[in-house]
Design a protein around this ligand. Structure first.
Ligand SMILES: [Zn+2]
Length: 214
């Protein structure tokens, strides 16, 4: 599914009419390639008298990073719309996904047969769909017991890691490569030594575009 701002606005208006009685004004909408969230409601929170809060300046952001099923994308949008409904109307919930949020969510699931949840987790297949091309500094570590591991270095820590890893006990060899394979997007950029176990078989699938660094 290719998402555009126009399509997102259309979906927002549709669900607003269907599920929220049209009571939500369209906030600024944004598309993002964030990895860290699927949908996000941004807003300003100001303290008022008597410990009350006032919520304003809403922006609804949807990540297009992963190629999701349309129904899952829409569930995430509706989830964010529930947050918006609560905060726009200055309602106070028991927590971020408190009693009020849950009762609205459960009602929508029941009445419209949706699968909204408190947190949407990506399946490994959806993570595979992260296609952004980035440069990865991949260290391939072989241990004396024949185990294999890899590490994707933060660029600023590459020189440190290149020196430090061979001194770790039981490390037999460490070779560094540059790769642009999106497969490595899933690994955090390591600042410190950390080994991610892998297998020769898995590596043979992902090391095709490896450019040796040494
Ligand atoms: Zn939420």
């Amino acid at each position: 599914m290719t998402m555009t701002l126009a399509l997102l606005a259309e979906k927002f208006n549709y669900y607003n009419r269907e599920m929220f009685e049209g009571r939500l004004p369209v906030p600024p909408l944004k598309l993002s390639t964030a990895r860290s969230f699927l949908g996000q409601l941004r807003y300003k929170k100001e303290r008022r008298l008597f410990g009350r809060w006032r919520y304003s300046d809403f922006t609804l952001v949807m990540s297009t990073r992963y190629d999701l099923e349309e129904s899952m994308f829409d569930d995430i949008l509706i989830h964010e719309m529930i947050h918006y409904d609560i905060l726009y109307h200055q309602q106070h919930d028991t927590s971020a996904h408190g009693r009020l949020f849950r009762s609205k969510m459960q009602e929508i699931n029941r009445r419209y047969g949706r699968n909204l949840s408190i947190s949407h987790r990506l399946t490994p297949e959806e993570r595979e769909n992260d296609r952004e091309i980035r440069t990865h500094y991949v260290g391939l570590i072989r241990f004396t017991n024949l185990d294999v591991a890899l590490i994707v270095a933060a660029k600023s820590r590459l020189q440190f890691l290149r020196k430090a890893i061979p001194r770790v006990p039981y490390v037999d060899s460490c070779h560094w490569f540059i790769s642009h394979n999106p497969y490595f997007n899933r690994y955090p950029r390591a600042q410190k030594i950390k080994f991610y176990p892998t297998t020769e078989e898995e590596l043979s699938r992902y090391s095709l575009d490896f450019i040796p660094l040494d």
